[in-house]
Design a protein around this ligand. Structure first.
Ligand SMILES: NC(=O)c1ccc[n+]([C@@H]2O[C@H](COP(=O)([O-])OP(=O)(O)OC[C@H]3O[C@@H](n4cnc5c(N)ncnc54)[C@H](OP(=O)(O)O)[C@@H]3O)[C@@H](O)[C@H]2O)c1
Length: 223
């Protein structure tokens, strides 16, 4: 059976990705910070609790020697005007959204030969959104690194950069986004996870942008 690592798998898109790959009968190792008791036994796979900003040694020890897929999905944002982002906010977002996936990608490289590494970015990396400057910067930096890694590892590890659009997870509450009307058009995480898995199957970089979000919003209205 193929084996996938999924980070940020306790909630939102990552949790939905676990369900997608479980339905495909893959072996999965999932990771996030919250303790195992908080998500087991519902999570149908192995789980390693870990704060990815503090290093990934304890995760690497528990992974099999060969992985077919790693989806580096853990991430977080903070909605704030530039002047309201403290130095600590900036450092934390860079640590989780940029530094952690890049260091983990390097550490996973030997196990992933012949497999796929998928970074989860955001449409915010290319579009412009008020009050998302630091988050957008962290995802744009990751995107730049992914383009470079895709060339460096060509023929060895397939590197994909996938950009979800607005998704109805709890990320926005945690980030401090208010109860804006646009939220009702956010795509359900299960649909986003299915689209991400489809892009991974096809080996294609993908941006799930406005047209994608609008299509699902319309589907929702006519259900
Ligand atoms: N929701 C959107 O609209 C949207 C749009 C575009 C891109 N994205 C991206 O998609 C990815 C998933 O977002 P989501 O909406 O599913 O967010 P979410 O529901 O908040 O889930 C984030 C996941 O990351 C984990 N995590 C957070 N901090 C961590 C840390 N320090 N170490 C390890 N794990 C950590 C969380 O688990 P614990 O709390 O248990 O650690 C959780 O499993 C992120 O990279 C996000 O930037 C989201």
């Amino acid at each position: 059976m193929p084996h996938a690592l999924i980070t940020g798998a306790s909630d939102g898109i990552g949790r939905a990705l676990v369900d997608v790959y479980h339905a495909k009968e893959w072996d999965i190792t999932a990771t996030a910070r919250r303790p195992a008791e908080a998500i087991m036994p519902e999570l149908p796979c192995a789980y390693v609790p870990l704060d990815l900003t503090t290093g990934a040694e304890s995760l690497l020890e528990k992974l099999p020697p060969k992985l077919d897929l790693a989806i580096l999905n853990a991430g977080a944002g903070k909605v704030a005007a530039p002047a309201d982002h403290s130095a600590e906010d900036v450092a934390q977002m860079i640590a989780l959204n940029t530094t952690a996936p890049l260091l983990l990608a390097q550490a996973l490289f030997p196990r992933l030969e012949g497999g796929t590494l998928a970074f989860i970015g955001s449409t915010a990396a290319r579009g412009a959104h008020k009050d998302f400057s630091v988050y957008a910067a962290t995802k744009a930096a990751l995107s730049g690194a992914a383009r470079s890694l895709a060339l460096e590892w060509e023929g060895l590890v397939k590197v994909l950069m996938l950009h979800p659009g607005p998704t109805a997870t709890t990320m926005h509450d945690k980030a401090g986004l208010g109860d804006i009307a646009a939220r009702r058009f956010f795509t359900p995480p299960a649909k986003v996870a299915a689209s991400l898995a489809d892009a991974i199957d096809r080996g294609k970089n993908r941006r799930l942008g406005a047209a994608y979000t609008a299509r699902h919003a319309l589907e929702g209205l006519f259900k």
